[in-house]
Design a protein around this ligand. Structure first.
Ligand code: FES
Length: 85
């Protein structure tokens, strides 16, 4: 499990091992953008403000990965991520 802090809404959420970050975030931010939920389409790209990401997508370049993550598939290697949501 890891924690996600949402910078704009102020939510602090726990993501269990058997759920995606997107799934947990959607409960609190229903308007969050997504489509494929498999790391291919690019819709759920989200800026990462702090923390270390374990990238599992198939769409971001290395340059994009420095500041963004796909929240439908990627996870954290740090205990906390702070996202621009
Ligand atoms: Fe398509 Fe995340 S919803 S890459």
């Amino acid at each position: 499990p890891f924690h996600i802090d949402l910078a704009h809404s102020g939510h602090s959420l726990q993501v269990p091992a058997d759920r995606s970050a997107l799934s947990v975030i959607r409960e609190h931010v229903p308007e969050v953008a997504y489509s494929c939920r498999q790391g291919f389409c690019g819709t759920c790209k989200t800026r990462v403000l702090a923390g270390e990401v374990e990238h599992r997508d198939h769409v971001l370049t290395d340059t994009e990965r420095a500041e963004n993550m796909m929240i439908c598939v990627s996870r954290a290697t740090s205990q906390h991520l702070k996202l621009d949501l």
